[in-house]
Design a protein around this ligand. Structure first.
Ligand code: MTE
Length: 306
């Protein structure tokens, strides 16, 4: 486990081959293929495989096939247009039902918090998927730092709106800013990360630099990028896709092969990087994280709360 250092520069970037080797070496040495490798005393933190041993997508796939409508609606628009985004300095406003509200410099908000490196499955609502090695901080540690008031039940998130650097926000594709929300217990779950990097590199802008949410058991659109506001609320927050198309996108957005999107099936997915003629993969309940998070939804009708 490493600690977040605000001034850390990724000068010792690990090439993919080396990184995969390291993973294979560690897995081989411990015989723990596919299970958690916590700590271990390694000088350089090892990625914890939480994707069942599946091969991660390449850095190229992860940073070139994106959804980030502030930079355009095409899959290659974010990689083409997001380079101009200024991500340093970066301030996050923390407000609502918190003990220590304020405008926090990103480095101050994260300083000293434990940094995790984890490989997660990532499933987009459009029925494609990837496997991504993220670096990030558990959101719960950030919430503990700012102090959640007892009456808070939800966390609302908002993305930056900066028309000079974000050509997409000049068009009313969505009602900007991009918004998302989680129930407090979802936000406090240890799987929920605020990601700051992929593959030992700082997040590319197109992936949501300098900090974005990752909730691996939910469709990808819950993973809001380039976050500038965290608000603790008593009421369920509005979310961009639900505001835009309420019949198609609910608040929960849990990956569920049994609840189809009104216009397509959610039972299978296409893995980005698989060949054109490759077999589609079966989508897993809660994207494969049912054991960890299923209990959060006990007794809820998931067809209604989609
Ligand atoms: N966040 C913002 N601010 N704007 C967006 O358009 N798209 C979402 C999500 N977060 C989006 C966003 C969707 S639909 C997906 S699938 C993921 O980002 C894609 O993340 P990736 O490009 O890093 O794979």
């Amino acid at each position: 486990m490493t600690r977040y250092r605000p001034t850390l520069r990724q000068s010792d970037v690990t090439p993919k081959a080396l990184y995969l080797n390291r993973r294979a070496l560690i897995a081989g040495a411990t015989g723990l293929v596919g299970s958690a490798l916590l700590g271990g005393g390694a000088a350089h933190a090892a990625y914890v495989d939480m994707a069942g041993g599946e091969e991660p997508n390449s850095f190229e796939d992860i940073s070139s096939y994106n959804n980030y409508y502030e930079f355009g609606t095409g899959k290659d628009d974010p990689a083409r247009n997001a380079g101009a985004l200024t991500t340093d300095p970066w301030t996050i406003r923390v407000e609502g039902l918190v003990e220590k509200p304020g405008d926090y410099a990103l480095g101050d908000l994260l300083e000293g918090l434990p940094v995790e490196e984890r490989i997660y499955r990532f499933r987009c609502v459009e029925a494609w998927s990837m496997v991504i090695p993220w670096r990030g901080i558990e959101l719960r540690h950030i919430l503990e730092r700012v102090g959640v008031q007892p009456s808070a039940k939800y966390v609302a998130f908002e993305t930056l709106v900066r028309p000079e650097e974000m050509p997409g926000v000049r068009y009313p594709v969505l009602d900007w800013p991009y918004r998302e929300g989680l129930r407090l217990d979802e936000a406090m779950h240890p799987l929920t990360l605020m990601a700051t990097g992929v593959y030992d590199e700082d997040l590319p802008n197109q992936n949501g630099a300098p900090i974005r949410l990752v909730v691996p058991w939910k469709y990808g659109f819950k993973s809001i990028k380039s976050i500038v506001t965290l608000r603790l609320t008593e009421e369920q927050p509005k979310t961009s896709w639900n505001m835009s198309q309420p019949g198609e996108y609910g608040f929960y957005s849990n990956v569920n092969p049994e609840v189809d999107h009104p216009r397509w099936s959610q039972a299978t997915e296409r893995r980005i990087g698989d060949g054109l003629f490759a077999r589609r993969r079966e989508t897993l309940m809660f994207n494969g994280y049912a054991e960890e998070v299923g209990g959060l939804y006990a007794g809820m009708d998931l067809a209604k709360n989609f």
